[in-house]
Design a protein around this ligand. Structure first.
Ligand code: GLN
Ligand code: ZN
Length: 745
């Protein structure tokens, strides 16, 4: 008998089809709704989501409904549940929403938990902070409470919690290896299981994607050992364990745990079948991270070949895709027919489970087949001229003149002072800009009116930078709704959704574009803005582009050809824009690659090939720039220590890199590498409204200057300023400029 006869999913989007969660969070933070009203609204959303899953065909009775419903972040939920109080906050509040928001958002005196990307996704989790004194306790019963709430409404769910191996591998700790705390943490899983069992639960899902990754500082065997103790503890507590090891190749990593768990869920799209015999499997044949309609014939065949005790599942939680295609009529019937968002994926799971159970296929199979056929043949999916251009690339297309020669030409063309100051691109996206954009989108203002509003903003940004006496200016990016979507809107081969929101962190959601066809750029689209900004100042204004890897990382990308091929198409579209910027007189052009690290494969053995094509696509985008054009790039959101070689390989003339939050940790790795091109480690953290003093900035410049030759050093913030307000931005930049002056003196 199959475990979940109607299939299951590993998790469902939490943000809400209308971003109900976002609105409840922000209303509570602003004091517009109290905690009771917040609880009421989030409960309503959770139950509506469960109801929806049942309507789509999942069973309400057999624990196939996942209960993974964090307010802000599922790793934070584990931190709260297990009472992992960060050492620096031991004297602060430790319960209720006030505590949750303190950890998630900080306050005037206290920084929030650090945020970083969840495996190779664009979802951010809050990093647990531990130390040798950390103790754990069942401090928060939210998981149990939500189970009871769902049960009372008629849903017998399967609660999910981050497993101990993943939790500890993702945590940071001072003075101790996080995994040394396993013996203290694991018993809490038993306690949680006991509480859930007493409430009537039968299963607990342990999310352990760390098992499938190669994580610095941990061996697979060590992580397996911790995951195993966690699973045993849950079983001792009276529950069955679903080990969720999605997100990649699990075979070779989960077999050792087979006898300690009751079922294993794994990714059968990116990976193979684990070699287990007696353990029931939940085969992830429906992709949890992309938006393409599943090839049902192929999936069914894979399922049938996977053994007798197999349930149908998703490769990951559906957290990474939007709720539903329903409101997306603007995509057009054809493109829409190729897609599946969360709800459509649930329906696919149910369809496959039906076919597996009954041995007959429903009309949904015919539909899927027809959609796949239409996709393969559709206009724009293959564009002859794009393909010809890629095929005829010359061997030197990715190579510029050697740096020393370029640098000299650049100095002549664009003389700059020692320790040049600049910013990363965006300036505050004010409410006025957003209103102007919304009015324009609704047709309430003309193109001309919209352009004038944006130009006024560019003037303001140039004036501010001129007053501050920054050296290399930016136009501020007011015309961009988002650094990827703006490019998607101006390239062929992409479509954008109306309401395809995906949670990025907390209340933040992004609307990834869909890259479905061959990519090209019909006409210049950034030149107008850079030229306008340049017309207002004698100082150089940087051209500002988003790089090919980041465009892919933050979009849903076609799955019918290698990413490397798609990246090269995007690179050529960007090369066209660079050529037009140069023709318009731009001498400095930045190509942002903040997501370079994000797509780094989870398995070490896949990394060289990835870095080869990703770095190669950046070089293709920038390779035809004139030697006197100074190419900048910008990296952030990650730890870059381990990929300095690849950063070097980008061959950018100047690289700005996030560094302030980690107190310049990265400069040592850069120095050790013998990095020999321009580098701007960020000197202030833009993630909080705090204004750094001149002394603080000076201290960071001092650390940078002690490691990096002065003639290579640039002074800039950690990242763009779009989320900040004007007042704090100008004060912070004032500190940056003052500290630079002192350093120059
Ligand atoms: N140029 C972009 C900005 O300043 C870069 C953003 C990023 O790195 N995420 O906003
Ligand atoms: Zn950045």
């Amino acid at each position: 008998m199959t475990l979940f006869p109607n299939g299951t999913i590993l998790g469902y989007p939490r943000i809400g089809p209308d971003r109900e969660l976002k609105r409840a969070l922000e209303a509570n933070w602003r004091g517009r709704i109290d905690d009771a009203e917040f609880a009421r609204r989030t409960s309503e959303l959770r139950l509506a989501d469960l109801q929806r899953l049942v309507e789509l065909g999942l069973s309400p009775d057999d624990a196939s409904l996942p209960l993974e419903t964090a307010h802000y972040d599922h790793v934070l939920d584990a931190t709260l549940t297990f009472g992992a109080v960060p050492p620096r906050l031991r004297d602060a509040v430790t319960h209720g929403l006030a505590w949750e928001w303190l950890l998630a958002r900080g306050d005037v005196d206290r920084a929030p938990l650090e945020m970083t990307k969840w495996f190779d996704t664009n979802y951010h989790y809050l990093v647990p902070e531990l130390d040798a004194e950390t103790t754990f306790s069942l401090a928060d019963t939210r998981i149990v409470d939500r189970f009871i709430e769902a049960r009372a409404a008629g849903f017998h769910t399967r609660p999910a919690v981050v497993g101990p191996a993943t939790y500890l591998a993702l945590a940071k700790a001072e003075g101790v290896r996080t995994t040394e705390l396993a013996d203290r943490l694991v018993p809490l899983y038993r306690e949680l299981a006991e509480r859930l069992a007493a409430a009537g639960a039968t299963w607990l899902q342990l999310d352990e994607p760390a098992l499938v990754a190669d994580l610095e500082g941990f061996t697979p065997v060590e992580l397996q050992g911790i995951a195993r103790s966690g699973a045993r503890a849950v079983r001792e507590g009276g529950l069955k364990v679903l080990l969720a090891a999605g997100y990649g190749e699990s075979s070779g990593r989960v077999e050792a745990l087979a006898s300690d768990v009751d079922a294993i869920a794994f990714d059968l799209v990116r990976g193979g079948l684990p070699a287990v015999t007696d353990t029931p499997l939940v085969a992830g044949v429906v992709h949890g991270r992309n938006v393409w309609r599943t090839d049902l014939d192929k999936a069914l065949e894979t399922l049938r070949a996977s053994g007798s005790d197999v349930s149908v599942g998703t490769t990951t939680p559906l957290l990474h895709v939007p709720h539903t295609l329903e409101p997306e009529s603007d995509l057009g019937d054809e493109l829409r027919s190729w897609l599946a968002f969360a709800d459509e994926k649930v329906a696919e799971v149910v369809t496959l489970a039906d076919a597996l159970r009954t041995g007959t296929t429903s009309p949904a199979f015919d539909e899927a087949r027809a959609a796949l056929g239409s996709r393969a043949a559709a206009e724009g999916v293959r564009d002859g001229s794009v393909r010809e251009r890629v095929a005829s690339l010359q061997a030197d297309a990715r190579t510029r003149l050697p740096y020393d020669q370029r640098a000299q030409l650049q100095r002549q063309k664009t003389p700059l002072p020692a320790l040049p100051t600049t910013t990363i691109g965006s300036f505050p996206q004010t409410g006025d800009i957003r209103l102007a954009r919304a009015a324009h989108a609704k047709g309430e203002s003309s193109d001309e009116q919209y352009r004038e509003a944006l130009q006024a903003e560019v003037r303001r940004v140039i004036d501010l930078q001129s007053d501050l006496e920054l050296d290399v200016l930016v136009h501020g990016e007011p015309e961009r709704n988002d650094m990827v979507q703006y490019f998607a809107e101006n390239f062929n081969g992409f479509s954008v959704t109306k309401r395809g929101w995906v949670q990025s962190y907390g209340s933040r959601a992004t609307r990834p574009s869909i890259l479905w066809g061959d990519v090209s750029r019909p006409k210049p689209f950034t030149v107008e803005w850079i030229s306008y900004a340049q017309s207002l100042t004698e100082k150089p204004v940087k051209g500002m582009l988003t790089g090919p890897v980041t465009i892919l990382a933050w979009s849903f990308v076609r799955d019918d050809q290698p990413l490397a091929d798609t990246a090269d198409q995007v690179a050529l579209a960007l090369a066209d824009e660079i050529a037009d910027l140069e023709a318009a007189g731009t001498s400095i052009i930045q190509v942002d690659e903040p997501a370079l690290r994000e797509l780094l494969p989870l398995r070490a053995s896949d990394r060289a090939a990835y870095l080869d094509w990703s770095v190669g696509s950046f070089r293709l985008a920038t390779g035809q720039a004139a030697p006197e054009t100074q190419i900048h790039t910008h990296l952030c959101y990650s730890e870059f220590n381990t990929i300095i070689d690849a950063i070097d390989g980008l061959d950018a003339d100047v690289t700005s890199i996030e560094a302030a939050r980690s107190k310049m940790e990265v400069v040592e790795a850069i120095a050790a590498h013998g990095y020999s091109r321009g580098i701007g480690p960020g000197v202030y953290d833009i993630h909080s409204p705090r204004v750094p003093s001149t002394d603080e900035v000076s201290e960071l410049i001092g650390i940078a200057a002690a490691n990096i030759p002065e003639q290579l050093l640039w002074i800039n913030p950690d990242c763009g300023l779009k989320t900040r307000g004007y007042e704090e931005t100008s004060e912070s930049l004032r500190s940056l400029v003052d500290a630079t002056r002192l350093a120059r003196g």
